[in-house]
Design a protein. Structure first.
Length: 148
């Protein structure tokens, strides 16, 4: 069963479309994109407020997006993949990795999780996508996991 409702899937797809085909930019995180993903975040974690999501997206956009991937992948990601993503988030939040652009050591931790989840077929493909389109790639991954 999918972790995301049909409405949440539509909201994520709308954010992705805005980034890929529309006027929103990947970095910094566009207000239009935040407006679309904040309700999704709250839908998968009702203990988080929309205001918190807005602040997190502004201050720590990449780690917030990876946390969304974790929430959408709840029950779908392997223990190893969860550990890899959490390690990358921790490195950005409390360690030395920078958020913009994604640091190499963060990508190295997350790429195997993306591949093992079935999102992409190679770590090289993930490296390329996350470097060129970091926000839409994370949102596509979250949508993929949340709609499974």
């Amino acid at each position: 069963m999918a972790n995301l409702s049909a409405l949440a899937q539509t909201q994520l797809q709308s954010a992705i479309d805005l980034l890929v085909n529309g006027t929103a930019y990947q970095t910094p995180l566009s207000e239009d994109v935040i407006e679309r993903i904040a309700p999704v975040y709250v839908a998968v974690d009702p203990y988080i407020s929309t205001g918190f999501v807005y602040e997190a997206c502004k201050n720590n956009p990449k780690s917030t997006l990876l946390n969304l991937v974790l929430l959408c992948g709840n029950g779908k990601l392997t223990t190893t993949a969860i550990s890899q993503i959490q390690s990358a988030v921790t490195l950005m939040e409390t360690g030395s990795a920078y958020e913009t652009p994604f640091a190499e050591d963060v990508i190295e931790r997350v790429a195997p999780a993306a591949v093992s989840s079935g999102f992409l077929n190679s770590t090289g493909h993930f490296y390329e996508d996350i470097k060129n389109n970091p926000v839409s790639t994370c949102l596509k991954w979250a949508l993929y996991l949340g709609s499974m």
